[in-house]
Design a binder for this molecule. Sequence first.
Ligand code: CUA
Length: 189
Amino acid sequence: MTDASGPASGAAAELGERVEHRWAAVMVAILVLFVAGATFAGIYRAALPQGHVETVNPRTLHIDGEFIESNLGSAAEPDGSVTVRGIGQQYSFTPACVLVPTDTPVTLRMTSADVVHGFLIGGTNVNLMLVPGYVSSLRSRFDQPGERLMPCHEFCGVGHEGMWARVKIIDKAAFARLAAQHRRLSCVE
Ligand code: CUA
């Protein structure tokens, strides 16, 4: 047993305290570094202007351009991907049933004809805002066939609650057969 009251133990206690302070400083530095890193990661991208913004005139959507009615729905592209074009308006989506294939890159291109709407596809990463005057675009992929709901998730007026569409995901080969017969596809009956 060592003598706990000797001058040697006093020096040891002092050393211990210094080491403890040093470690506390290191811990605080690590915490500050983590917080700074998380803050940077969270703010940096959000603060950047969007890489590319596409505008569209909401008043002439139905008359000409990409979002005329005959061009809405799903289109098979030459590169094997699929483009889905749709419009949100008070209080529905056009098409009201979106048809997409499994295991295929799908680009969603949507806009609003009136006010701000939201839309998401349940169980997927698809979640966008539809802002009149702008095209909202997102690439996604659907692995499992099935049906999903596509509700508006942005309050857009008295009919907001009833604003939703369906998404039907069908087998890639079945989709290709339909795409060979029709220029634009949807599952609206
Ligand atoms: Cu559209 Cu809520």
